[in-house]
Ligand binder design. Structure first.
Ligand SMILES: [Zn+2]
Length: 253
């Protein structure tokens, strides 16, 4: 767990005398996918409904997040400073998950998605499609953050080890799908550049479009009945999709 240390911040507020806890936290190494949740969202009790039952030192954690003076302790024994910090991170993860699913949060995340700030799909056939952070669960401590590709509709481990400790609950399981429900125009077109199925003569080898991999042995497709045949190929198949093949090679599509 990271310690609250304003001097380690790399944000634009590094040189300010009192960087907020939220900006310090969002600028820690590996936290650059997070949004800085506005104070007014956190100060609205309605937005935090139910979280007091999940976080043990809820009041102290909330005060830390909002940079408020600690109130008189009500629990005995007094919570350790490290326990409050841990609860502040836990509480912020759950608040963040709720905020990015609001209209304002989705708007900010959509801009970052369009800029490719969350990375690109590692699958060759997805043509460098931008990805979004996602969790497999909405509860903390279940699994780490993954990256969701809207083209192949699959999730991947982040390639940079700096993200391997990020809890998936910061984003939750609904976020990418809420974003595309809200902004359907951001869904990538499967055949954006070729409304009709392209021919090999039209398509450069590195065309940034959608393809499905076809296993072959000496140029012949591996039969569907073979043990290593692509039995889940249908899952990635779209209308007009072509197999990923070298344009100068033989075509069996
Ligand atoms: Zn993909």
């Amino acid at each position: 767990m990271s310690a609250w240390d304003p001097s380690s911040s790399s944000s634009s507020e590094t040189n300010s005398e009192n960087p907020s806890w939220i900006h310090w936290y969002c600028n820690l190494r590996g936290h650059n996918f997070f949004l800085a949740v506005p104070d007014d969202f956190i100060e609205d009790d309605f937005n935090l409904t139910g979280l007091s039952g999940v976080v043990k030192y809820y009041t102290a954690a909330l005060e830390m997040i909002l940079d408020l003076e600690p109130s008189e302790p009500t629990s005995v024994p007094m919570p350790d400073e490290n326990m409050i910090r841990a609860d502040a991170e836990l509480l912020y993860s759950l608040i963040h998950q709720r905020y990015i699913n609001t209209k304002q949060g989705l708007f900010h995340m959509a801009h970052r998605y369009q800029a490719g700030e969350f990375g690109r799909c590692p699958r060759l056939g997805c043509g460098n499609c931008a990805v979004l952070p996602v969790g497999r669960f909405d509860q903390t401590g279940m699994d780490t953050m993954k990256l969701y590709c809207p083209r192949c509709i699959d999730i991947y481990h982040p390639p940079d080890p700096v993200y391997v400790q990020i809890d998936g609950a910061f984003f939750g399981s609904s976020f990418p799908h809420m974003l595309f429900k809200t902004f359907p125009e951001l869904l990538p077109s499967i055949n954006r550049y070729f409304p009709k199925p392209p021919t090999h003569a039209q398509v450069p080898f590195d065309a940034a479009d959608y393809w499905v991999y076809q296993p072959k042995i000496f140029g012949f497709r591996v039969h569907a009945s073979a043990p290593d045949s692509p039995k889940m190929q249908w899952r990635r198949w779209r209308s007009g999709t072509r197999f990923l093949e070298h344009p100068s090679g033989p075509s069996y599509a």
